[in-house]
Design a protein. Structure first.
Length: 281
């Protein structure tokens, strides 16, 4: 199966296309995949990003994933090109019942060294998240409850997360030096998202934790609205953005188009996403 997403902004200048393809061995296990993304802003720049993945298995389970990435930006006015590459290696460990117990990802950079993220699971829920910098310093930036992120602290900045009964993130608040700086509010429908047709959800040997468990809550339904508000030092609230989305679905209940309208950064905004599926119509 191949999935593809396209977007065109209302300004007639911004657009992107994302497509992913997979290769399989004789027993049906995915051995390689490639994700290509093209972002462009007419008259300014074009981004081409590629991630090439390789997958390894033991006992019918995914145990290692290697991601070689390449990112290139080309500026229209000067023709100048910026290029960056990197490699990430993710390893999966399982308990006696076959459930994921740990996911470790190494982010390898020739210039910055190697940093590591370790996620620990119990009963299908994320219980611990640690980050080890290239310097060797280890931190736990997240507080978790029921496998979901409820608090994130970085230096003097604190971010808190609230969820509805279905686990959707509904409010994100950001504090700086103990004072509320901004907040986002979200609402959702009860329909399928395009991500539910992604090949990763059907691939043989892949654990649910690779795609279905996220520290940011339930993302299996479509976001209907998003609101961004800034709060001044005196407590005055200013709405910076408010976007509403409408979705159109195919016979299998998967979205084929999303229209977005409202304002962002206090400027009128509209856009459209279209979704294409193979063997999912």
């Amino acid at each position: 199966m191949r999935s593809q997403t396209t977007f065109a902004g209302s300004d007639g200048k911004s657009s992107y296309v994302i497509g992913t393809t997979y290769e399989y061995e004789a027993e049906g296990y995915a051995t390689r995949s490639k994700s290509d993304r093209v972002y462009s802003y007419v008259g300014d720049y074009t981004d081409n990003a590629t991630n090439a993945y390789q997958y390894e298995y033991q006992g019918g389970r995914l145990v290692k994933e290697t991601d070689a990435s390449r990112y290139e930006r080309k500026y229209a006015a000067t023709g100048k090109t910026e290029l960056s590459t990197g490699t990430n290696v993710t390893r999966y460990e399982y308990d006696g019942s076959g459930s994921v117990s740990k996911i470790t990802t190494e982010y390898i950079s020739g210039s910055n060294g190697t940093s590591t993220v370790t996620q620990t699971f119990s009963g299908g829920k994320l219980t611990r998240y640690t980050y080890k910098a290239a310097t060797g310093q280890e931190t736990e930036p997240y507080s978790l409850s029921e496998g979901r992120l409820i608090q994130e602290k970085r230096n003097d900045e604190l971010t808190t997360y609230k969820y509805d009964a279905a686990g959707h993130p509904t409010r994100i608040e950001r504090y700086i030096a103990g004072k509320l700086y901004s907040f986002n509010e979200f609402t959702y429908d009860d329909q399928k998202t395009a991500t539910q047709a992604e090949p990763t959800r059907q691939l043989k040997g892949w654990p649910r934790e690779k795609w279905g468990t996220t520290r940011y809550g339930n993302r299996d339904n479509n976001q209907l609205s998003e609101r961004l508000v800034y709060v001044s030092a005196t407590g005055v609230q200013t709405e910076n953005g408010a976007i509403t989305s409408t979705y159109f679905f195919n016979a299998k209940g998967l979205p084929v188009k999303q229209t977005r309208s409202g304002k962002w950064n206090s400027v009128a905004y509209s856009g459209e996403n279209t979704y294409g599926y193979t063997d999912c119509e």
